[in-house]
Design a protein around this ligand. Structure first.
Ligand code: SF4
Ligand code: SF4
Length: 240
């Protein structure tokens, strides 16, 4: 929120908003509530010379959805109780053991600073994956907003909420790679107001080879092989 009585219309706060939700109107800064993703950057940046920014400490449901996906300082009190946009990342797999050999983890990261995304658009992007019969990661906060996890249908009251970004997570069998790539093509046609990137998560083969690179090449796709290596300082769970 901007205290309209304090604002002197200097415009210093406009560039700090990652989704360009702040504008000047009659020489006073205003926030477009529909565009704002409640990331809190304008408040924390402390660029305002008259300290006109205030932050609502307890946003009501469903507005709180914006904050928990967009502000890294906000815990997911309204969804899974965790932090961040997804679950523990692939780089901590030696501790979590979420991705096992032979499994293909998929993380579709939807939205970016400057773009953002509505839950309604995420629903369209996720629908082709649901038709593959995948199980969306139950610990992922986005999954917790689904009313029907088999069809990737989100709860009605969150569909118009806009977030900076979110991650759709699920596993596929190697035999489903072709179907997956076709589903991704379909999803990209549905990404009408946003962008997304896709990570395919594999454990290396014992000889160090990256699984499924050849299979992807045969399907006509070029993957960028980025390794994430942990130093092994975590405490693995028993099932790793
Ligand atoms: S909370 Fe974030 S999105 Fe909203 S106006 Fe401030 S910087 Fe922009
Ligand atoms: S930085 Fe502060 S005073 Fe300047 S336009 Fe923004 S809210 Fe107004």
């Amino acid at each position: 929120m901007i205290d309209q009585e304090l604002c002197i219309g200097c415009g210093d706060c406009l560039p700090v908003c990652p989704v360009r939700a702040i504008h000047l109107e009659a020489d006073v800064a205003r926030i477009d509530a529909e565009m704002c993703v409640e990331c809190g950057v304008c408040y924390r940046a402390k660029r305002c010379p008259v300290e006109a920014f205030e932050q609502e400490p307890d946003l009501p449901w469903p507005r709180i959805v914006r904050r928990v996906f967009s502000d890294p300082n906000a815990p997911h009190s309204a969804t899974t109780g965790g932090w961040g946009r997804g679950t523990s990342e692939m780089k901590s797999n030696d501790v979590t053991g979420r991705y096992k050999r032979g499994q293909v983890g998929i993380a579709v990261e939807v939205g970016r600073p400057g773009v953002g995304v509505t839950i309604r658009n995420i629903e369209k992007i996720a629908a082709p994956f649901a038709r593959l019969g995948v199980e969306f990661e139950p610990l992922n906060p986005l999954t917790s907003l689904m009313e029907d996890t088999k069809k990737a249908i989100f709860k009605d009251d969150v569909k118009d909420e806009r977030v900076l970004s979110a991650i759709i997570e699920f596993l596929v069998e190697p035999s489903q790679l072709g179907d997956l790539m076709r589903a991704l093509e379909e999803s990209s046609a549905s990404a009408t107001d946003t962008v997304f990137s896709v990570s395919m998560i594999n454990r290396l083969d014992p000889d160090g080879a990256i699984p499924h690179m050849e299979a992807l090449k045969k399907l006509g796709y070029r993957a960028s092989p980025n390794a994430k290596v942990n130093l092994g300082l975590g405490r693995p769970k028993a099932n790793v």
